[in-house]
Design a protein around this ligand. Structure first.
Ligand SMILES: C[S@@+](CC[C@H](N)C(=O)[O-])C[C@H]1O[C@@H](n2cnc3c(N)ncnc32)[C@H](O)[C@@H]1O
Length: 273
């Protein structure tokens, strides 16, 4: 005889497996208010294992590395100022675990609006960089050419960290970070992460009639992977990660009230100086 439904012996449900790991909010976040030297180590901590061979190909004054212990990485510094062009690096193919790139990111529209910006033309004396392109297109051209060279010198599984900022150029909104991501994907890079750096204080402009677009007060660290076959990025083991303080730095920490909260000529400088 078929048993009635309430006569069917209940099979005990298997206990749900407790997921491994702990709950925490001590994490690396995708947006921080602060300066490059504070935020860059967070990027390294997630994506570049200690001991890695890293080339910063636009080293400048080395601001990015101010808070990174000197023995954490095998750091190779270079810059156009020292005669090494990021588009022609002195490394053999597939030599490096990570390349860092932070070029001048803005064109000069003329007048005084961008006088203090680390503009592209000032570095290249109005395009003496060998590019036929001008203004924003010249900025992009450098990002694109340098990316091809970075792809060459990176190992498979290597990481390319790119700093950029969007700009409004000739009244046209140029979302530089989107343009870079789209193009580098064509070269074979995979975009793994995007960090937003919100500057402290209120940036101003030196002269304005009507404000047409939001004043940019943020920039980006883009993180690309040169993929190794179909292998996905799964992170770095804790013991190989650069130690960063996740307890005290909050992504939403408000800057200390100081006179610098008002726009001053100094604040017309971009983030990376
Ligand atoms: C925004 S600064 C970089 C600041 C740097 N990240 C730091 O922490 O001090 C831009 C740098 O790119 C360098 N640069 C510009 N064009 C270059 C090129 N074609 N190859 C290599 N370096 C270049 C400039 O000399 C300048 O030092």
């Amino acid at each position: 005889m078929t048993p009635l439904p309430n006569e069917i012996t209940k099979v005990p449900k298997p206990k749900r497996k407790k997921p491994a790991g702990n709950s925490t909010n001590e994490l690396v976040f995708s947006a921080y208010a602060g300066t490059n030297d504070v935020i860059f180590p967070y990027v390294l901590s997630l994506f570049v294992a200690k001991g890695s061979k890293v080339a910063d190909v636009t080293y400048g004054k080395g601001v990015f590395w101010r808070r990174v212990p000197t023995d954490a990485y095998q750091l190779k510094k270079s810059d156009l100022k020292d005669g090494i062009d990021c588009r022609q690096l002195p490394y053999v193919d597939a030599d490096l675990d990570c390349v860092v790139f932070d070029p001048p990111y803005m064109h000069t529209p003329g007048g005084t609006a961008h006088v203090n910006h680390q503009n592209f033309e000032r570095y290249y004396q109005n395009n003496a960089a060998g590019s036929e392109k001008k203004y924003h297109e010249a900025v992009l051209d450098l990002y694109f050419t340098a990316a091809k060279e970075a792809f060459r010198v990176l190992k498979e599984g290597g990481i390319y960290i790119v700093k950029c900022q969007d700009e409004v150029c000739a009244n046209r909104q140029r979302l530089t970070h989107v343009e870079i991501i789209n193009e580098l994907t064509v070269y074979g890079f995979v975009i793994e992460d995007l960090f937003v750096v919100v500057r402290n204080g209120k940036p101003g402009v030196s002269s304005i009639l009507t404000q047409g677009h939001a004043r940019k007060n943020h920039s980006y660290f883009l993180v690309f992977l040169k993929p190794k076959g179909k292998k996905r990025w799964t992170g770095i083991h804790l013991e190989k990660r650069l130690h960063v303080d996740l307890k005290t730095h909050s992504s939403t920490k408000r800057p200390k009230k100081s006179p610098s909260n008002n726009a001053t000529p100094l604040e017309l400088l971009p983030f990376h100086q």
